[in-house]
Design a protein around this ligand. Structure first.
Ligand code: NAD
Ligand code: UD1
Length: 343
């Protein structure tokens, strides 16, 4: 790839790691982000890792003029589209905000791409589109459903992309359904820096380890799983980032279908209790925890059948649970104030 790739949401958790992977693979990148859930200091950290985007644009994907101006400045080969809001609980309280940001935002981006005749996109979808799966591991052909406005927004974007491809097969589209991304770059310079109280397991664990929170609440130990706690498919964010490079390459090849929908996960289930125990063991830091009631909306088990990603993208995860725990803790302990920590 010699022409640049636009990364929307590129200062966010997954976007920043993907920016690093693409740049280190020699792909010129441009980052667009409105910074609603990320820090501009991510760019300093990328620079310390030797990565300087051709351009950083602080703009919203719903700003058509900003997009047109940007597409006029660069001959993009494609777009990796991460920009979106992702907090499930918040989406239940603010459905219109989520649908506007995620769905109207994606439509606005696709329209700008169409105007600029850039018809290659990699889209961040989520395992949330499988709802409460009847069968695990989950194949891409499993039924799709939405259980909250966040999930609805992902399904609506996926539907829009499928309609677009059937109307105009010149579009090359990869829909990537992520399972549970965790971990951080091994340098400790990039990582996940959620605002407020974390919703997700790994950032909560690292904040307990740091002493910023008293104890992890384990949401239920009466699920039909081996130890009763919820089972998920955690994957290292660097593996996930590599999946985007693999998807871009697959979209460039003439022998792959040009509407790709793949799960990105390990296929391995890890319970909450196993995660707590592994983190404590690997890092030598005990994690205080207590079992509380189930979290409404949670499912017992969610894990990927990742075989299609291997077949279509030649991608599979390389980094195991211990590495996820070690890298997450290195990031959190080096950056107790997230990206505001002076390094
Ligand atoms: P993140 O919040 O760290 O990154 C998203 C970025 O998009 C942020 O930097 C934010 O400022 C930006 N953004 C949001 N709305 C925007 C808009 N309208 N215009 C411009 N920029 C905007 O989240 P993440 O974890 O890196 O997730 C990236 C994508 O992957 C999201 O679409 C998310 O829904 C999806 N996803 C994430 C997970 C996960 O567990 N982290 C799982 C499945 C799917
Ligand atoms: C969350 C999102 C989902 C998204 C997925 C991947 C919710 C309700 N769902 O799901 O839409 O696709 O992340 O990013 O937010 N847990 C605890 N204590 C905690 C936090 C979590 O016990 O403080 C447990 C949960 O019950 C679950 C597991 O840890 O069993 C993982 O939780 P989480 O990290 O929130 O991910 P998901 O539930 O998979």
């Amino acid at each position: 790839m010699t022409q640049p790739i636009l990364i929307t949401g590129g200062t966010g958790f997954i976007g920043s790691h993907t920016a690093l992977v693409l740049a280190q693979a020699g792909v010129p990148i441009v980052i667009l982000d409105n910074l609603c859930n990320s820090s501009p200091k991510v760019l300093d950290r990328l620079a310390r890792l030797g990565v300087t985007p051709l351009e950083f644009v602080q703009a919203d994907i719903r700003d058509a003029q900003a997009l047109d101006d940007l597409f006029a400045r660069h001959a993009f080969e494609g777009v990796v589209h991460f920009a979106g809001l992702k907090a499930v609980g918040e989406s239940v309280a603010q459905p219109l905000r989520y649908l506007d940001n995620n769905v109207s935002g994606t439509l606005s981006l696709l329209q700008a791409m169409e105007r600029a005749q850039v018809r290659r996109v990699v889209f961040s979808s989520s395992a949330t589109v499988y709802g409460d799966p009847a069968v695990v591991p989950i194949a891409e052909s499993a039924p799709l459903t939405a259980t909250n406005p966040y999930g609805r927004s992902k399904l609506m974007c996926e539907d829009a992309l499928r309609e677009l491809h059937s109307a105009d097969p010149r579009w090359r589209i990869a829909i990537l359904r992520y399972f549970n991304p965790v971990g951080a770059h091994e340098s400790g310079l990039l990582g996940e820096a959620p605002n407020g109280i974390p919703n997700n397991l790994m950032p909560y664990i690292t904040q307990v380890a740091l002493g910023q929170r008293d104890a992890l609440q384990i949401f239920g130990n009466d699920y039909a799983t081996p130890d009763g706690t919820g089972v998920r498919d955690y994957l290292h964010v660097m593996d996930l980032a590599q999946g985007h490079l693999a998807a871009l390459k697959a979209l460039g090849a003439s022998d792959t279908p040009q509407l790709l929908t793949v799960n990105l996960g390990t296929g391995q289930g890890v319970s909450v209790q196993q995660m707590v125990d592994t983190f404590a063991h690997v890092n030598g830091v005990p994690i205080a925890h207590r079992v509380v009631a189930r979290r409404p909306g949670d499912v017992a088990q969610c894990l990927a059948d990742p075989s299609l990603a291997k077949a279509l993208l030649n991608w599979q995860t390389e980094l195991g649970l211990e590495r996820m725990c070690a890298d997450a803790w290195r990031w959190q302990s080096m950056n107790p104030q997230g990206f505001d920590t002076p390094l």
